[in-house]
Design a protein around this ligand. Structure first.
Ligand SMILES: C[S@@+](CC[C@H](N)C(=O)[O-])C[C@H]1O[C@@H](n2cnc3c(N)ncnc32)[C@H](O)[C@@H]1O
Length: 289
């Protein structure tokens, strides 16, 4: 929790930037073509959360619902899933999809995971897909998740394991065309996140400090295939890295930036031209003891 007025101001600014960044990509985030990667992670997270029919589930940073829709299906008509997100664009797009699919056991709303206004012990499970390393104060979010869980309730989250440095070359090549900005420097030091959940040890410590037990972390390889360089570019353009990185490249330099990225991608392509990216996804589960 911010303890000084200056920290509170920085935290509010960071959250406004997060909301703006995800508003920008809300229409395309997690779309079947460029967002298959996040869809796979969402279903993987829900599987590990071991949800039961009738459970009440809170999904923190629900985005376009890659976790939320799978959770609502797992808990069935006697349970429900609530998604919250800082980004109004994400929430509106997900709400529209809930309406279009006529689903009755899930709702979304704009809210901050640090302090969503629910009574203590309201949920059997709290989930957080790819959000804790983004939010400015993950300890505050975990403290809140612990309070909102019923005794014995389950917490499950995803983050990233070690990245293959070769796949950072195309992004770095494009960023050489960006206006110098602090966020570009941050990206090269902690890959744009808050740097507080980069190792299993950091994750375990944060969860323990929030009062969780039975903490288990498992890395699983994800294999993503890109048809061609344009397909790869679309997946980055429609991700959280758009606002923090790619938008820093002035529009008139973007084509050159893309070409520079594609030169680097060439060296990653197989003989048949296919691009296959292997990355490690980190799944962590814990129990509210
Ligand atoms: C990378 S997206 C992940 C979306 C979704 N969970 C998924 O796995 O596809 C991260 C989301 O977390 C949201 N977020 C970050 N910090 C948040 C906070 N403190 N409260 C609510 N949402 C937050 C962002 O707005 C964004 O939509």
């Amino acid at each position: 929790m911010p303890t000084t007025a200056e920290q509170a101001k920085q935290s509010a600014q960071r959250k406004a930037a997060i909301a703006h960044g995800f508003d920008l990509v809300a229409d395309a985030y997690g779309a079947p073509d460029s967002g298959a990667f996040v869809q796979r992670l969402g279903t993987g997270l829900v599987r590990r959360a071991r949800l039961r029919p009738g459970d009440r589930v809170l999904d923190l940073g629900c985005g376009r619902g890659t976790v939320l829709f799978a959770a609502a299906e797992a808990v069935g008509p006697d349970g429900y899933a609530v998604g919250i997100d800082l980004s109004p664009g994400m929430v509106h797009a997900t709400a529209a999809e809930i309406g279009a699919r006529r689903l009755r056991n899930l709702v979304v709303r704009v809210d901050d995971a640090e302090d969503p206004g629910f009574p203590t012990g309201s949920f059997e499970a709290v989930l957080a897909g790819l959000m804790l390393f983004i939010t400015p104060d993950p300890a505050a979010v975990l403290a809140s998740a612990h309070r909102l869980l019923a005794p014995g309730g389950r917490f499950a989250m995803t983050s990233f394991g070690p990245a293959d440095p070769a796949w950072e070359r195309p992004v770095s090549a494009a960023l050489a065309f960006a206006e110098p900005q602090q966020s570009v420097e941050e990206w090269s030091t902690n890959k744009g996140g808050n740097g507080l959940l980069d190792t299993p040890g950091q994750i375990t410590d944060l969860l323990r400090q929030a009062g969780f037990g039975d903490i288990e972390t498992e890395d699983e390889e994800d294999v993503a295939d890109y048809r061609n360089p344009e397909h790869w570019w679309a997946s980055v353009w429609n991700s959280g890295r758009r606002a923090t990185l790619l938008e820093l490249i002035p529009a008139e330099r973007r084509e050159d930036a893309k070409k520079a990225a594609f030169v680097e991608l060439d060296s990653l392509a197989a003989a048949d031209g296919c691009l296959t990216r292997r990355s490690m996804i980190r799944y962590t589960t814990a129990t509210r003891t």
